[in-house]
Design a protein around this ligand. Structure first.
Ligand code: ADP
Ligand code: MG
Length: 349
């Protein structure tokens, strides 16, 4: 009689939960946007997880190519046309990014400015290895005089033209957020409910890790180790901007890749800014904008961008954070002091 044995075999196979997803997490790493992207899915069969992550990889590689600020591609074609005063047809995804960028520039009162490409180039941040010396101050003031802004771009269907040839688009401040959001959508469309997409410390999560929330780490401002952890569940994104990402040191001073469009020089005052929000692109743009605003100005910009939850570590190691994060952020490396701030009602735009 073979039946009982067959029955036992089925019974064992069902212990993991017949008709329910297996009680495990699946993790895979991809390389995209110059960083390792860690994808963790919970309660998904490995074959389904592999296929879904493969689809995310294809999406990322396409975006990397289309939106790269200084390699040949669709954004580069558009930037060439702008510099030559031509109007040009571009990709729908680039139109969307321009419109998002215009909105972030407006909401951040110009501190976030995706038309900043030429200035980034002058500083050597639009190349794989940054420069080692600051640029000639005259070159910086010429850029300031030209005053490029995404508001000078005119969109007509898929056609883009610029009233100012000094505009050069660089989506480096929020494209990663947009990509992570698209990856999350793609995974959700495949029925995956519990997930984290973590692009080098910038992440979005959904659902939970089985019986417990997801535990996520906020990178330390020195780029090494974990500054703080948070337990989160539901739908959240956490994005951090820091001066440790890309920088050079000259005569003992650090020059980082986040530039202040008011001065043309690297933003000073903050070492890192973390923003927690539902919208990944907004969180990414806001982390950069609040970094530029610095320890004095970040609260106003957070209000006008509609950000409720933010943490800024200043140059002295002091933490400034919204009181909404009290109890949620657990410091692993205690800051020199903690100032909590109530942002109050938003001034919506
Ligand atoms: P990362 O992606 O390295 O974590 P950010 O999200 O802060 O860092 O983005 C930094 C990038 O944003 C820079 O490399 C550059 O491409 C772009 N950028 C720098 N300064 C500004 C600014 N003031 N406004 C908009 N984009 C900026
Ligand atoms: Mg950013």
């Amino acid at each position: 009689m073979n039946y009982p044995r067959l029955f036992i075999g089925l019974a064992i196979a069902c212990i993991g939960g017949c008709g329910q997803p297996p009680d495990t997490s699946y993790q895979q790493q991809l390389f995209a946007f110059g960083t390792l992207v860690d994808i963790t899915l919970y309660g998904v069969k490995p074959a389904q997880a592999r296929q879904a992550i493969q689809a995310v990889d294809t999406l990322f590689q396409q975006q990397h190519h289309d939106w790269h600020a200084w390699q040949r591609g669709k954004l580069d074609d558009l930037n060439q046309a702008i510099a030559e005063g031509r109007s040009v047809d571009t990709d729908p995804s680039i139109i969307t990014l321009i419109q998002m960028g215009q909105r972030y520039e407006r909401l951040s009162h110009g501190l976030f400015n995706p038309a900043i490409g030429h200035l980034l180039k002058v500083w050597g941040f639009e190349q794989d290895e940054p420069n080692r010396v600051p640029p000639d101050p005259k070159t910086v003031s010429r850029w300031l005089q030209a005053a490029p802004s995404t508001a000078q771009l005119h969109i007509d269907g898929s056609r883009v033209s610029s009233g100012n040839p000094a505009v050069k688009l660089d989506f480096g401040g929020f494209a990663k957020g947009y990509s992570v959001a698209m990856a999350v959508n793609l995974l959700e469309q495949r029925g995956i409910r519990n997930l984290i997409v973590n692009a080098g410390g910038d992440l979005c999560l959904r659902g939970r890790h089985g019986e417990r929330p997801w535990r996520i780490g906020i990178r330390s401002p020195d780029g090494k180790g974990v500054l703080a952890s948070m337990d989160l569940e539901g739908a959240h994104c956490v994005f951090t901007s820091g001066d440790y990402e890309r920088y050079f040191e000259y005569q003992g001073k650090r020059y980082s890749h986040i530039l202040d469009p008011r001065t043309g020089y690297p933003a000073e005052g903050a070492r890192s800014v973390t923003v927690l929000a539902n919208d990944a692109s907004l969180a990414d743009a806001a982390a950069t904008a609040l970094f530029v605003a610095g320890p004095e100005g970040w609260q106003d910009i957070a209000r006008s961008m509609g950000i409720d939850d933010a943490l800024l570590i200043d140059a002295t190691g002091q933490a400034h954070m919204t009181e909404t994060l009290t109890g949620l952020v657990h410091f692993e490396q205690p800051p020199t002091g903690i100032e909590t701030v109530t942002l109050g009602a938003h001034e919506r735009h």
